[in-house]
Design a protein around this ligand. Structure first.
Ligand code: MF3
Ligand code: CO
Length: 244
């Protein structure tokens, strides 16, 4: 899982450097697909079946621009422009093990409120990572994201969750970005690997899915940010597999 994690990190670094005005989300897709091929890795998302969409996801990346929350699809018609924010989410499978990570990248100069949204979302992930310790409970992670986001005047998306990860992209437990008391609150144990992924809206928490059945957008059109890391619970504390 460390190897898949580092490959995902490398890919995201390279894509982040490509992001500028005029680049299309399909340009990012093509570069990512090539990197996966060169590394001998399988894309984790391309061909992934999701019952709610009723189709297999057709790309190696999700590229979600501005009011798109997650699962935006790369397109040669979507040229990035100054002031945009683009979430790039990707995963790979190497030797049977998965890695999954996301970053949100500014395009040129962005508004102060967009900067704050990226900062708060990134911080909420870092604070949650620090809770991925044996003996803590799942709600420590969920509640930490929620509290930091709400304190800063933003809202967490409730319909989409993080997840366990390993020999499948999505394993138990589901990891909401808020404390959902309908769920169990298992204790965290050494050896668990969690994909923690805050999805944060600048405005209201409500989302809807576009007619393409995949792209999740904010109902109020406000910007949304997304960061994700895979974190192993170890005897030495949290180990982020998706960065060096
Ligand atoms: N990072 C997302 C997740 O973990 C992306 C999944 S896209 C899909 O759920 F196409 F694979 F569904
Ligand atoms: Co994920």
């Amino acid at each position: 899982m460390r190897r898949s994690g580092l490959l995902v990190w490398e890919i995201l670094q390279k894509l982040a450097k490509m992001v500028e005005e005029g680049v299309t989300t399909q340009d990012l897709e093509a570069a990512a697909e090539k990197m996966m091929q060169d590394a001998g890795a399988k894309p984790a998302f391309k061909g992934y079946y999701t019952p709610s969409a009723g189709t297999k996801y057709p790309y190696v990346l999700c590229t979600s621009v501005n009011e798109q929350i997650v699962h935006g699809m790369p397109s040669n018609k979507r040229k990035l422009k100054k002031g945009d924010i683009v979430s790039i989410d990707t995963g790979v499978q190497l030797n049977g093990y998965f890695g999954d990570s996301a970053i949100t990248v500014p395009v040129g100069e962005i508004s102060e409120s967009a900067k704050k949204l990226l900062k708060v979302t990134r911080e909420s992930l870092e604070l949650a990572i620090d809770k991925a310790r044996a003996g803590n409970r799942l709600f420590d992670i969920c509640g930490t994201v929620e509290q930091h986001v709400v304190e800063n005047g933003f809202s967490v998306v409730r319909e989409m969750v993080g997840h366990g990860i390993g020999t499948k992209l999505h394993e138990e437990p589901q990891i909401p970005n808020y404390v959902d008391r309908r769920n169990e609150n298992p204790r965290l144990k050494e050896g668990m690997v969690l994909a923690i992924e805050p999805m944060v809206n600048a405005g209201a928490p409500d989302m809807r899915v576009l007619p393409d059945k995949w792209t999740a957008v904010t109902k109020d059109g406000s910007f949304s940010a997304h960061f994700e890391h895979c974190v192993a619970v170890t005897e030495n504390g949290p180990w982020v597999l998706t960065r060096p």
